[in-house]
Design a protein around this ligand. Structure first.
Ligand code: SF4
Length: 304
């Protein structure tokens, strides 16, 4: 089995107390069974705090304070569990964030999510063109299914278009949409803003982005930093094309990637590309409901 990751993956590290939008604020933090058991064995003051700060109403989880902060995030922006018990004491979610995984029969595709500002800065600012690397291989070969082979080919050709620097970024998006039959509704920015406003909301700060979007004349097609725009497009393709294996519908995934880039690049003029991408990712990519509603907005014309 192989684990594959983008070429920037291993360069990621959490910026901890320097993070302005910590994942320890505003997100529900479920505790996996092994860690939950281990927390019951922790003694002393920190053990007592652990016991008092976990709710077992549903999946065990930390009880966030009234500002949505994890009770172990201290005033210096550091995690008391790490300080007192070491990094190994983190529950899976905390240790894993902001990674995502796509599973296939011959291995796992792993990546970093743009919802983390350190990951957004790394992904969008990465100077080398996006490519995938094997980061773990146990030498055990497993055959891919025919659908997986078809998806690999489609993904490689989508990335080749996304990275074709002979074309402007806007032309690459247009070519991708044409090749894969993705067709975005002809909405004005105001109509898109209304549509995004109708989705499930995580952070009220997203309202400010949508208000700005609604006042724009048109969605951005190109961006002054073409490399950052290219990295963004490759990220969305890598993260979302894998789900083609669930429904064989490739056009909506490519349409989602193109639409997401255009919305982020429009917001980037006011909020900066890293912040626009981080907000977009947090609001959209971590809600199955929001993803499904956007995917259903793009025409389905092409199946692998
Ligand atoms: S959002 Fe990213 S950089 Fe910030 S605390 Fe979480 S993992 Fe670290």
């Amino acid at each position: 089995m192989r684990i594959i990751a983008p070429n920037y993956y291993k360069k990621f590290s959490c910026i901890a107390d320097k993070c302005q939008h910590s994942c320890c604020v505003g997100w529900e933090i479920d505790i996996d069974a092994d860690t939950y058991e281990m927390y019951h064995l922790v003694e002393g003051e920190i053990g007592e705090r652990l016991w008092n700060c976990i709710s077992c109403d549903g999946e065990p989880h930390f009880i966030l304070d009234e500002n949505g902060r994890c009770p172990f995030l201290n005033s210096e922006g550091l995690c008391d569990i790490i300080t007192e018990c070491g990094e190994d004491a983190l529950c899976d979610i905390c240790a894993d964030h902001p990674r995502f995984r796509n599973y296939r029969s011959d291995g796992i595709d792993i990546g970093l999510g743009l919802c983390c500002e350190a990951a957004a800065s790394l992904i969008l600012g990465f100077e080398e063109p996006f490519c995938l690397e094997i980061i773990e291989d146990d030498g055990h070969e497993i055959e891919c299914s025919a659908d997986e082979i078809a998806l690999n080919k489609a993904f490689a050709s989508a990335i080749a278009v996304a990275q074709d620097r002979m074309l402007s970024f806007g032309d690459r998006c247009e070519k991708l949409s044409g090749t894969f039959g993705a067709k975005l509704p002809d909405y004005s920015p105001l109509e898109w803003a209304k549509f995004y406003s109708s989705l499930e909301r995580l952070d009220s700060a997203w309202d400010e982005c949508l208000e700005y979007l609604g006042k724009c004349d048109k969605l951005a097609v190109d961006y002054k930093d073409e490399r950052a725009a290219e990295n963004l497009l490759c990220y969305f393709l890598y993260r979302h094309m894998a789900s083609v294996l669930e429904d064989n519908d490739i056009s909506s995934k490519v349409g989602f990637a193109v639409l997401s880039c255009r919305v982020v690049l429009t917001l980037a003029e006011s909020f900066g590309i890293e912040e626009a991408a981080r907000m977009y990712s947090s609001e959209i990519e971590y809600s199955d409901e929001n993803l499904a509603k956007i995917l259903s907005k793009v025409d389905i014309e092409y199946y692998i």
